[in-house]
Design a protein around this ligand. Structure first.
Ligand code: HEC
Ligand code: HEC
Length: 299
């Protein structure tokens, strides 16, 4: 009897270890990431991806010094985006483009550990290999910053990174995009930018008790993860009066059609979307305008 119990327990433990393991999606030498990327194009992906909003050193006027360390509050603890400058010791200077791809697409570190989804790889997972290669080329041109971010303070449930493996089994679909494609090129370009690069839904949705986006609230608004207010519904339920032009203008200047300006974290988003070509803002606007109306969830 005891032998059976021990056997069952150890089989369950082994199965748990197996299924919660972090497996990088790409191996070093993957031909998709061979060759030098285009840093000029990578700069646009960096802007669209809003990377500096989380990784720039707080209080540092130069937003391209990516020393990390800002406090990112959440119901699951406080997370500190790390140094992703090309510093070889404290940043990602020794990384390959494949390492960056494994982080963005798989949420897996070069040490084969899971990243916390406070890093929105749940959206970046649908990024194309070409864009990641270009983003890598651009990141390597930025100033090296020394010093590391303070440690994360995750809540008890996620103190062990391995547990993120179970979270991923439930809520993460590696390499899958939420983009709804229509076949119309501008709309579909917008779908890619909104869902897989600019990660608009990561803020504009409500989350379940495990911190995963509730699918039926995607873009319908939700409590700010930092605990300050409510992020608005951006489906047609709320944006019905906004034209595509209004959305594109807001992403360039911050001005809303009712003569106000967006504030809080959206103002940071706009400093980045303002750097995109008009065609990309127009594409984002077309996709947002095409989102079906959803009721705003109750907090
Ligand atoms: C909402 C905030 C946020 C945004 C936006 C964001 N990140 Fe991060 N990033 C994080 C956090 C938090 C971590 C740490 C995750 C962990 O330790 O588990 C992280 C980790 C990383 C890492 C791993 C670094 C290491 O030392 O292991 C890389 C690389 C990275 N991010 C790159 C990017 C890039 C490139 C972008 C833009 C496309 C980006 N991040 C956008 C919050 C963010
Ligand atoms: C980091 C979180 C965050 C991300 C990412 C984000 N937003 Fe926002 N957004 C906000 C917040 C917060 C507001 C409310 C701003 C305010 O109070 O003025 C907002 C406001 C807006 C508004 C105005 C809504 C209204 O009713 O006035 C629109 C439109 C919008 N966002 C679209 C987008 C689009 C499109 C993207 C992706 C390109 C995006 N947002 C990404 C946080 C975010």
């Amino acid at each position: 009897m005891a032998v059976v119990v021990i056997l069952c327990a150890s089989t369950a433990a082994a199965a748990g270890l197996y299924i919660s393991a972090a497996r990088p999606p790409f191996s070093q030498g993957d031909p998709q990431f061979k060759g030098a990327g285009d840093a000029v194009h990578g700069q646009l992906i960096f802007a669209a991806g809003d990377c500096a909003s989380c990784h720039a050193t707080p209080g540092e006027p130069d937003r391209l010094r990516l020393g990390g360390g800002m406090a990112l509050g959440s119901p699951f603890g406080t997370f500190r985006p790390p140094n992703i400058s090309p510093d070889p010791v404290d940043g990602i200077g020794r990384w390959t483009a494949v390492d960056l791809a494994n982080a963005l697409v798989g949420g897996v570190s070069p040490e084969h550990e899971h990243y916390y989804p406070a890093f929105p790889y749940t959206s970046f997972t649908g990024m194309t290999a070409g864009d990641i290669r270009d983003l890598y080329a651009y990141l390597m041109t930025l100033p090296k910053v020394s010093g590391r971010a303070p440690p994360h303070h995750p809540s008890i449930l996620f103190r062990i990174r391995r547990f993120v493996g179970f979270w991923k089994l439930l809520f993460f679909r590696e390499g899958q995009s939420e983009a709804r494609l229509s076949g119309e090129p501008i709309h579909d370009r917008g779908a890619y930018l909104v869902e897989n690069v600019s990660h608009c839904a990561e803020c504009h949705s409500s989350r379940n008790v495990f911190g995963a986006i509730k699918p039926d609230t995607r873009f319908a608004g939700g409590v700010d993860p930092q605990g300050t207010g409510f992020v608005p519904n951006i489906t047609q339920q709320n944006l019905g009066k906004w034209t595509e032009r209004d959305i594109a203008t807001m992403l360039k200047t911050g001005d809303t059609p009712d003569h106000g300006r967006v504030g809080s974290s959206m103002a940071d988003v706009v400093t980045n979307t303002a750097m995109l070509p008009d065609s990309d803002r127009d594409a984002i606007a077309r996709y947002i305008k095409a989102l079906p109306a959803l009721p705003t969830p109750h907090p």
